[in-house]
Write a protein that binds this ligand. Structure first.
Ligand code: L34
Length: 295
């Protein structure tokens, strides 16, 4: 069996077309241009490429996007001052501070400083709390993207056994929470596995859907997958460098072997990554509409 490919590039394109209509309408009917600020501290190559992609995508959609790049030695105090400035600027609807931050900066202090109404990453404790309660809020971009991939490609989640591997605040915890809720892409039975899980393979083999978000290349092997399962690979691991200098990427799933067992699977690259970027755009448009009392 060869699994159907769930293309993040294709689904992201579909959502961006919907967003283009919304952004055009905001501009033409309400004279509003959504504004996004992305803040990058330091020069980590992966973070640089993700933030650049976010700005490029925003601009292509007609969102006003500004990237602020700060020196790796920037103090927490100076970063907090910049966040405050963006909080106070009515032209800024969304603020994104790319993670991870350098070690000398306390991430929690920075995330809590962002105005929850501009927290398009959905990382502020108020938005995390609302998400867990199932209230209206900004959903974190990667989990939000995964829900869209599952629903738009017709993967049944209601009553499904889902195994999430990885307990990060960015992916594992929120996707587990969202998929157990009564909502589209939800109503699943969740098992959340992590580094201390005994016999991870046994849990995985029961799963109708596996969501791998661990950061270990090719960790999910074919023998861990039930025939016909749906596989969402969140890992973007840099495993080497090609002769042209480009990074060689691998997911958390052994794609070539697992695709012979699964019913559908997301690739790396071109899977969850592009969806993460696109859901940031969706949240930014939502923030602009909320600021104008349109929703
Ligand atoms: N604040 N920090 C904040 N928000 C986020 O939502 C993120 N994340 C994660 C890391 N830190 C963050 C991202 O933006 C991961 N992430 C992210 C975004 C995009 C891509 C991967 C991770 C992506 O587009 N990946 C491409 C490959 C890009 C490449 O060549 O490196 C893909 O096709 O998977």
């Amino acid at each position: 069996m060869t699994a159907k490919l769930i293309s993040g590039i294709e689904i992201a394109k579909e959502i961006r077309e919907e967003l283009t209509v919304e952004v055009t309408e905001l501009r033409e009917k309400h004279n509003i241009v959504p504004g996004l600020v992305t803040i990058l501290v330091g020069a980590d190559p992966a973070s640089q490429s993700y933030v650049a992609a976010k700005n490029k995508t925003a601009k292509a959609l007609g969102i006003n996007s500004e990237q602020m790049t700060l020196d790796v030695d920037t103090t927490e105090e100076d970063l907090l001052k910049l966040v405050e400035k963006c909080n106070a600027d009515p032209a800024v609807n969304g603020i994104l501070v790319q993670l991870p931050l350098p070690k000398h900066i306390n991430e929690a202090n920075v995330l809590i400083a962002i105005d929850p109404a501009k927290d398009v990453d959905g990382f502020h404790p108020i938005n995390v709390g609302k998400m867990v309660l199932g209230e209206q809020c900004f959903l974190p971009c990667t989990p939000h993207g995964i829900l869209e991939m599952l629903t738009r490609s017709g993967v049944e989640t209601s009553g499904a056994e889902v195994v999430v591997i990885g307990r990060s605040n960015i992916v594992g915890k929120p996707i587990a929470n969202l998929m157990l809720q009564k909502r589209d892409g939800g109503n699943a039975t969740i098992t959340l596995c992590h580094t201390r899980t005994k016999d991870m393979a046994a849990h995985c083999r029961r799963a109708d859907i596996i969501i791998a978000a661990v950061g270990v290349p090719k960790m999910v092997t074919a023998d861990m997958v039930k025939p016909g399962a749906a596989i969402i690979d969140v890992g973007v691991n840099r495993i080497g460098q090609a002769s042209n200098g480009k990074a060689i990427l691998a997911g958390d799933v052994d794609f070539d072997a697992v695709k012979e067992v699964a019913s559908c699977i997301t690739p790396v690259p071109g899977g969850v990554g592009p969806m993460t970027i696109t859901m940031l755009m969706k949240n930014t448009v939502q923030a602009a509409k909320m600021a104008a009392n349109l929703i």
